[in-house]
Design a protein around this ligand. Structure first.
Ligand code: MTE
Length: 327
């Protein structure tokens, strides 16, 4: 069936602006000359899609998928926490187009054999992209089911080869108040200390569930969801915690690193931030959650599951730990 989109159906992300179009034409012209001259292998010439909404190619399905109704694309991309663009859920979708995601680099430093400044496309290229359907549970007691596209963080870490002294890895988001108005002084961005930072214990970072996300619904990640790349750690609270967006730095360290929300409100947000219905937030219960998209006045709330339903895979990481103390 031929589907013809009405103008109102076409997302602004699907429209290629003139500059990008001209850039692509220039790229293709240069590429044509280079291949004819035998300078570049044709397979390396396929430009990686980089703009929100562009289809990602070569994405394989994976066994990592929960069998639950997917949250609508519209909800995933308009109900966001990205304080760099304001603390209101609707601000990131309105303001994140300001973020320039190319060129983009990721600095790798600390206890690692291959430190350096990596271009984001070189960083992504060695990895096969796969689709994984995960639950996201926010500490604010809402949840979604999201079809991410990405690759295991463990594969990145193996490639970078940390030293035996590396016990944790910390991550940082871009700091640029010009592009990210929430980072300017004032309360628009929640008054946080920038840049936003997060950390994982090395075994958490190496766990097969931990993903570097570069897309959703088979398309390049929209800026408000953390383009060009972010973490996705499905057994931890998304809010303020582990699923850090728009990463520019990874640092391998010996001691537990600071995290933005733990530094801002240590009594409310711990380093581990594992989804746990038995440990309430000081200001609200964590026993239930509302699923975005099905939260009418009459829909019953869902029970929150230990480790967000991933206990079989991850409970062993915390064996013997008092999860009330290490929340
Ligand atoms: N990363 C950065 N840099 N800044 C943020 O404010 N918010 C976190 C996390 N990563 C946040 C961030 C929160 S609070 C959540 S719930 C998830 O991103 C939300 O991801 P989503 O907007 O894609 O659903």
């Amino acid at each position: 069936m031929l589907v013809i989109k009405k103008v109102s159906d076409i997302r602004s992300s699907e429209i290629t602006d003139k500059q990008i179009y001209l850039q692509r034409r220039r790229f293709l012209r240069t590429a044509a000359v280079a291949t004819t001259a035998g300078l570049i292998a044709p397979s390396l010439l396929i430009p990686t899609p980089t703009r929100a909404g562009e289809k990602l190619t070569g994405v394989r399905k994976s066994a990592y998928r929960v069998d639950e109704k997917l949250t609508e694309y519209e909800d995933i991309t308009t109900y966001n926490n990205f304080y760099e663009f304001g603390s209101d859920k609707r601000s990131p979708a309105k303001l994140a187009h300001r973020l320039k995601t190319r060129p983009w680099t990721i600095t790798v430093e600390g206890e690692v054999d291959k430190p350096g400044v990596y271009d984001v496309d070189d960083f992504i290229k060695p990895h096969t992209l796969e689709e994984r359907v995960y639950r996201l549970r926010c500490v604010e007691a809402w949840s979604m089911v999201i079809p991410w596209v990405g690759f295991p963080l463990a594969d990145v870490i193996k490639r970078l080869s940390p030293t035996s002294r590396a016990k944790y890895v910390s991550f940082e988001t871009l700091y640029d108040p010009e592009q990210m108005p929430g980072q300017r002084p004032g309360l628009f961005g929640g008054g946080l200390d920038w840049p936003y930072q997060e950390g994982l214990r090395m075994d958490e970072a190496m766990h097969p569930l931990t993903l570097v996300g570069v897309g959703l619904y088979g398309e390049v990640l929209p800026n408000q969801n953390g383009a060009p790349l972010r973490l996705v750690v499905p057994w931890k609270y998304g809010f303020g915690f582990k699923s850090i967006k728009s990463i520019v730095k990874m640092r391998f360290v010996e001691t537990q690193p600071g995290t933005t929300w733990n530094l801002a409100a240590p009594r409310e947000y711990g380093f581990y931030s594992n989804v746990n219905p038995n440990v309430d937030h000081p200001r609200w219960s964590q026993k239930h959650e509302r699923r975005i998209g099905e939260d009418t006045l009459f829909s019953p709330k869902r029970k929150t599951l230990m480790f967000n339903g991933y206990a079989d895979q991850v409970a062993g990481l915390y064996a013997g730990m008092d999860l009330k103390k290490y929340y």
